[in-house]
Ligand binder design. Structure first.
Ligand code: 9D3
Length: 271
């Protein structure tokens, strides 16, 4: 996949392109990232990238001309070197503006974006970008949650990280369990708890079943923990699970057992 990211802070993006799973995706060419700086499209001596808001008030807005030139250049960069059918496909480069006004990014949106050939991600600074530039150049807007950040770079990197992990070949088979958690058995469930050595740590033993070597019982225990923790901490997700995947007879029993044990524990501590 080709991604062009528009930002006045290009160095921030190295956190995605140079580290970990996403760094490897770039290294192996499964993901091509190019960073485009609106400052390089300014024409004045001070290379100005902000402008005053019509109507007055505090705060600045991204200056229109350099930002538009950067977005258009970024779009072209996703098509460089492509001819014929590939160019036709990529002509539909999707332009995404990271914005507090956007739809909340979730895994379903990530899966859909991972199907695209090319993306342009626009990160704003200051109070944001001119509404007419959104109308002229932007296809979709995403927020990453209801809290105030200083700009769109971290959200763009969050989106890019999430999309990159869903590209074919980016996760090795060592992460096949993780594949399941998106596509199969663990959709809309929180993860089960994890343990490693030593067998007793801070006075707490590892759950015995995990030392048993009995893979059927271990899978069942993990499934029960995943269901129980989702019930406890994310009832909204459990509801989505019931609606979208449904719970099997087996899962209903595991969850009922977890809830009964949980309530038993609470009445023990109350007493
Ligand atoms: C304090 C500034 N606010 C005035 C009422 C509006 C505002 C403008 C610009 C708030 C945040 C930002 C910068 N944020 C983003 O560009 C952003 C963002 C976010 O802040 N939270 C969650 N998702 C996103 S996506 C882009």
């Amino acid at each position: 996949m080709r991604v062009s990211l528009v930002t006045i802070f290009p160095d921030m993006i190295r956190a995605v392109t140079e580290f970990g799973v996403t760094g490897r995706a770039v290294e192996t060419g499964l993901l091509e990232v190019c960073v485009v700086n609106p400052r390089d499209f300014t024409e004045d001596k001070h290379r100005t990238v902000d402008d005053r808001p019509f109507g007055g008030g505090p705060g600045m807005v991204m200056k229109v001309a350099p930002l538009q030139a950067a977005i258009q250049f970024a779009k072209e960069r996703t098509q460089d070197g492509l001819t014929g059918e590939a160019a036709v496909e990529t002509r539909q480069t999707k332009v995404i503006y990271l914005s507090p006004q956007g739809r909340k990014l979730d895994q379903a949106a990530v899966e859909a974006l991972a199907q695209e050939h090319a993306l342009v991600l626009v990160a704003g600074r200051y109070e944001g970008i001119d509404e007419r530039l959104i109308a002229a150049e932007v296809d979709e807007q995403y927020s990453i949650g209801d809290y105030v950040l200083s700009g769109g770079e971290l959200p763009a990197m969050v989106l890019l990280d999430a999309v990159a992990r869903r590209l074919p070949g980016v996760l090795g088979h060592e992460d096949s369990a993780e594949q399941d958690s998106f596509t199969g058995d663990y959709v809309n469930l929180l993860d089960c708890p994890h343990y490693t050595r030593p067998e007793v740590f801070a006075g707490q033993a590892v759950p015995e079943v995990l030392l048993s070597g009995h893979h059927g019982r271990i899978d069942q225990w993990r499934r029960k923990q995943a269901l129980g923790r989702t019930w406890q901490h994310r009832p909204d997700l459990l509801e989505a699970r019931r609606r979208e995947q449904g719970l099997s007879k087996e899962e209903e029993k595991l969850l009922a057992d977890y809830i009964r044990e949980h309530k038993q524990q609470n009445s023990d501590t109350d007493a």
